[in-house]
Design a binder for this molecule. Structure first.
Ligand code: HEM
Ligand code: HEM
Length: 189
């Protein structure tokens, strides 16, 4: 099992980042969409706190992932992949990296402009981005948080669709090398 990515496949660290962040984002989507319509109860306060803590965890993981990725090799694309597909994949991946930073940042921004508390799993406080209540930026931050989330959903439809198309129609290694690394023997994967 290789820590670093090679030309044949993704390393274990990048794969772990990929699937951990994907699972946390799925949890965030379910929690975020179901917590907003809840009646005002202590449970709602707890669920909001959970959403914010998981969201800040995603922000930290995304920063670590991008820092690690900058020193990584990228596995080579399958032979014969058209240029436009390579370009489209790069554009979607770059936008996904942008969104896993921008969505939690906009949530943190909205929370700050609402002057709501923020403590990572109740363990330590996280400072405000706005220095207190801000009636002008609060609705803009919320709209940004919501809109970026739906942009992410749309891009994920394309991203997951492309992964499944590679696997089931093209029958290449693109999904396999993100799941289990490379197919190489002697140290691959
Ligand atoms: C990748 C991370 C995140 C995702 C995918 C996400 C997703 C969502 C979604 C889908 C909603 C429901 C939007 C609606 O229907 O109104 C929501 C609401 C919310 N999010 Fe996030 N969120 C993330 C991170 C954060 C962070 C880091 C914070 C704060 C530190 C945060 C604070 C909030 C708050 C306060 C709401 C409720 C907005 C309202 O009162 O209408 N989120 N989020
Ligand atoms: C919130 C969910 C997800 C996010 C944010 C995300 C993000 C990304 C990003 C940024 C990359 C580019 C890796 C790089 O070049 O460093 C990538 C690669 C990949 N993702 Fe996802 N992904 C998500 C979910 C999924 C799911 C559900 C699948 C499969 C069903 C999937 C399959 C893949 C595959 C196969 C690659 C490798 C592409 C290649 O080798 O060229 N992803 N993902």
């Amino acid at each position: 099992m290789r820590l670093r990515s090679t030309e044949a496949g993704w390393g274990v660290l990048l794969r772990t980042f990929h699937w951990l962040i994907a699972a946390l984002i799925l949890a965030q989507a379910v929690i975020g969409l179901s917590m907003v319509p809840m009646g005002v109860t202590p449970a709602k306060v707890r669920v909001f706190a959970l959403h914010k803590s998981i969201g800040m965890t995603i922000l930290a993981l995304a920063l670590l992932r991008i820092a690690w990725r900058m020193g990584e090799k990228r596995p080579v694309d399958p032979a014969g992949m058209p240029r436009w597909q390579r370009g489209a994949a790069r554009a979607v991946h770059l936008t996904l990296y942008f969104l896993i930073l921008a969505i939690p940042l906009s949530g943190w921004w909205f929370n700050s402009a609402s002057n709501a508390p923020l403590a990572w799993f109740g363990l330590f406080p996280i400072p405000s981005l706005t220095g207190g209540y801000d009636p002008v930026w609060k609705p803009r931050a919320l709209l940004t948080h919501q809109m970026l989330f739906w942009v992410l959903v749309a891009l994920l439809v394309a991203h997951v669709g492309a992964a499944l198309w590679h696997h089931f129609v093209q029958r290449d290694d693109v999904l396999r090398r993100m799941l289990v690394g490379s197919r190489e023997r002697n140290g691959g994967g």
